[in-house]
Design a protein around this ligand. Structure first.
Ligand code: GDP
Ligand code: GDP
Length: 455
């Protein structure tokens, strides 16, 4: 119903926008230089400088949110990482692997000026085995004269080649319509079987933090291999493990067990792997090696999990190696670099000795509970009313913006929409988030707050 100057339609619209569950994932794959990054930029409608990135620089972001024709989804740009050092074949194989495991639909980009190459044909084979819906993007058709080149790509056997110019936007609308036609509403892989089934956990962290050791420790002899890709020759990806009286699904364990000896290229592979594991999981356990300073790579991986909106537990591993001096510095590094993540449950473990490993499951359970928590609208508004009365927003330009009311639009993770009478400053938003956490918990879950201002 309408409230305090917001129409019922406005309120419903905000809730619909914020209330989506986990979004389905579209992966953009193809050889280097076919225009994947250009296309991703076009789809997300931003000039996010993906194309301008220097070669050899590992990108922070892999996944972007996008919307088209009233639907929201995620786009994964699999291009642009160190393709030169990795070599085309390995790079494309890793993309295809990602597409097979973590995407709900695939946009396969081919350079129509070049035509189908052997590498393209090889990717088609991989994609066909994966059984995920594929839309064929015949890119670099900048004008009508290129249409014939696009038509040549019928030969790939993937159905209609959509003639597109990612650079100028020509044809992208029709192609996105085709993508939405085949894209499921919700990510089937991740959550389709989660109702009542085992919860999905991803062990992530930079190389050598101890992921494989931890997996072996928790798995012991209990391990049951779940081969989700029955009928293929791929490695098993997910494993069912009994822990603390429950069965858990540890996702993407092939990526943990498989030791990749691809020197520089390993970075690219690891980023893609981490993104895939995060997409597939409900809760990410991020391992940090306490014997080394917390690095940019560590915080990147944490950010990936938070931005994906997954429940989060931080496991400080190799605790058996910690002396008093290193411990002193570690605590300072945590205060400096991870202060924003104080809400994440922390376990200090040793995957080698088994120290405190029994604390892992309770931490994961806490995080997942928070991730799914729903605050009743009445309680939320009683809380907001008291908060605003006791700590009003600072007066700006003679006006005092007020939070009028709010509601929780969704869970997994909790998403709130606040309706306000004027612009709410970032500092005040953070204050509200902090107080929401104090009041309602949410340990181990990111929370998202959007503010809608009355015109
Ligand atoms: P990626 O390696 O597959 O991500 O390819 P990029 O997006 O980096 O593009 C490679 C090159 O192709 C860049 O110089 C782009 O400007 C160019 N390119 C991308 N899309 C188009 C297009 O639709 N038409 C033309 N003419 N050039 C394009
Ligand atoms: P991954 O690359 O993240 O899978 O890391 P691994 O599990 O392969 O571990 C990397 C190295 O760290 C190996 O030599 C492990 O034996 C060692 N390691 C893992 N966990 C611990 C731990 O808790 N304590 C100690 N001291 N070493 C560990």
């Amino acid at each position: 119903a309408a409230q305090e100057g917001f129409s019922a339609e406005e309120i419903d619209g905000e809730l619909a926008a914020a209330g989506h569950g986990p979004l389905p994932v579209v992966a953009v794959v193809g050889r280097p230089n076919v225009g994947k990054s250009t296309l991703v930029n076009r789809i997300i409608g931003r000039r996010e400088a993906v194309v301008e990135d220097k070669p050899g620089v590992t990108r922070d972001r892999v996944t972007y949110e996008a919307h088209w024709a009233g639907r929201r989804f995620k786009v994964v740009d699999t291009g642009g990482w160190e393709q030169d050092v990795l070599g085309i074949d390995a790079s494309v194989a890793a993309q295809a692997e990602f597409a097979i495991e973590a995407a709900d639909a695939v946009i396969f980009v081919v350079d129509s000026k070049v035509g189908a190459t052997d590498t393209d044909e090889a990717v088609v084979k991989l994609l066909r085995r994966a059984g995920k819906p594929v839309v064929l993007c015949a890119n670099k058709v900048d004008g009508a004269s290129g249409e014939a080149d696009a038509a040549m790509l019928w030969s790939l056997g993937l159905g209609e080649p959509y003639a597109v110019s990612s650079l100028h936007g020509r044809g992208t609308g029709d192609m996105l319509d085709a993508v939405l036609d085949v894209l499921p509403e919700a990510p089937a892989q991740t959550f389709g079987d989660a109702v009542g089934g085992p919860r999905r956990i991803a062990l992530i962290g930079r190389p050598n933090v101890g992921k494989s050791s931890m997996l072996n420790k928790v798995a012991g002899e209990e391990r049951v291999v779940v081969n989700e890709m029955a009928g293929t020759t791929r490695d098993p990806v997910d494993e069912l493990i009994d822990l603390g009286g429950k069965t858990w699904k540890f996702v993407d364990t092939a990526g943990i067990r498989k030791k990749v000896h691809l020197q520089e290229g390993a970075d690219y592979y690891a980023s893609l792997r981490t993104a895939a594991a995060v997409e597939k999981a409900e809760c990410a356990v991020v391992l940090i090696d306490v014997t080394e300073p917390i690095s940019v790579q560590d915080t990147r991986i944490l950010t990936m999990a938070v931005e994906a909106g997954r429940a989060l537990v931080i496991a400080y591993n190799k605790w058996d190696q910690l002396d008093d001096e290193r411990r002193f510095y570690l605590e300072r590094e945590i205060e400096r670099d991870l202060v924003q993540l104080q809400w994440a449950p922390r376990v200090n473990v040793s995957a080698r000795t088994g120290r405190h490993m029994e604390k892992l499951v309770p931490a994961i359970e806490t995080a997942l509970e928070s991730w799914e928590r729903r605050v009743p609208t009445g309680r939320l508004n009683a809380f907001l009313g008291e908060l605003v009365a006791a700590h009003p927003h600072p007066v700006r330009g003679g006006k005092q913006p007020r939070i009028l009311f709010g509601t929780q639009a969704g869970t997994k993770p909790p998403r709130f929409v606040l309706f306000a009478s004027g612009f709410i400053e970032a500092g005040y938003r953070r204050f509200i988030e902090r107080r929401l956490r104090e009041e309602f918990g949410f340990d181990g879950s990111p929370i998202q707050i959007s503010v809608r201002v009355r015109e």
